[in-house]
Design a protein around this ligand. Structure first.
Ligand SMILES: CC(C)(COP(=O)(O)OP(=O)(O)OC[C@H]1O[C@@H](n2cnc3c(N)ncnc32)[C@H](O)[C@@H]1OP(=O)(O)O)[C@@H](O)C(=O)NCCC(=O)NCCS
Length: 267
């Protein structure tokens, strides 16, 4: 164990933090005035049902408080957020079995560990969001690299990421165990987001079929998706990585967001 949560990266003011395009890397600890802008930026791309994970809703505030130094933002010269990466440290034993069950478990462990004062040795990526106007310009890779560099500077063993594959929603009937192994003719992962992590040196570890859980009443799901669910059964929902199970008798809808564990060794 080499790191304590209070040792935070400081991005601003260094030459390396400024790039030729004028984008400037800062942390939320350095720019607390951007907390509302960051919230808007981070919430913007997600379909409504993704905003109803109780683990996120109970714990996100910790990222803006104890973990503000780990919230990275790439700012345009006029101060607008071009890209953001949310991450926070946790303890991990370095084994596949020791990885959290998924994204929810990772975030829960992180918060429990800071409460108990546990030493941490790993940086856990939680999310990267690139503003629409900057998509396809390579900023996502830069944010992964920025997290790796912050983790390395803090002495962490690895950056772990429970990656939400960006193209999985196009294949909601295929289990993540199979999807995660799909490759293109050139041998690179088929999914663009997994592919980027692998290009940056990440190793696909294992699938996380129940990474995040969203539950609601049938009426909740109808409101969240704009669909009608007249019968119990499995439904394909736009932008969901897997089907949503509707049980009309129990008046519940349940969805598990499917992700893939990727490990970036920082040693
Ligand atoms: C996923 C995301 C971060 C990628 O950002 P980006 O800066 O546009 O990505 P890059 O320019 O580095 O491109 C990386 C690769 O992803 C592809 N890509 C970019 N955006 C994509 C999208 N929305 N869907 C599918 N593929 C995408 C690019 O084509 C590229 O692949 P290639 O070089 O092999 O062709 C961005 O689309 C985003 O913010 N999406 C919404 C939030 C999200 O899904 N975040 C990831 C999970 S937390």
């Amino acid at each position: 164990m080499t790191e304590h949560p209070t040792a935070l990266p400081h991005a601003a003011g260094t030459r390396a933090a400024r790039d030729a395009g004028g984008l400037h890397l800062v942390t939320l600890a350095e720019r607390p005035d951007l907390v509302d802008a960051l919230d808007d930026h981070n919430g913007a791309p997600w379909p409504e049902f993704m905003l109803h994970d109780p683990v996120v809703n109970a714990n996100w505030h910790h990222l803006e408080e104890e973990f503000a130094g780990w919230q990275l933002m790439l700012l345009e010269p006029d101060g607008r957020i071009a890209a953001a990466a949310a991450c926070a440290p946790l303890a991990w034993d370095g084994t596949s079995g020791g990885l959290p069950d998924g994204w929810d478990d990772q975030f829960t462990r992180t918060v429990e560990q800071i409460r108990s004062g546990a030493a941490t040795d790993t940086l856990g990526a939680l999310q990267i969001v690139v503003a629409d106007r900057w998509r396809g310009a390579g900023l996502a890779g830069r944010m992964v690299a920025a997290m790796m560099s912050a983790g390395r500077a803090a002495g962490h063993r690895a950056l772990i990421a429970c990656v939400r594959p960006t193209d999985k929603h196009r294949y909601p009937l295929v289990p993540i165990e199979r999807y995660a192994r799909w490759t293109r003719a050139d041998g690179e992962p088929l999914d663009a987001w997994i592919r980027l992590h692998v290009r940056l040196g990440g190793r696909i570890d294992r699938p996380a079929p129940r990474s995040m859980t969203m539950r609601g009443t049938v009426a909740d799901w109808e409101r969240w998706t704009g669909l009608t669910f007249p019968e119990s059964g499995e439904y394909v929902v736009p932008f969901a990585t897997r089907t949503v199970s509707i049980d009309r008798e129990a008046d519940t809808g349940t969805y598990f967001d499917e992700n893939v564990w990727v490990v970036h060794d920082l040693s």
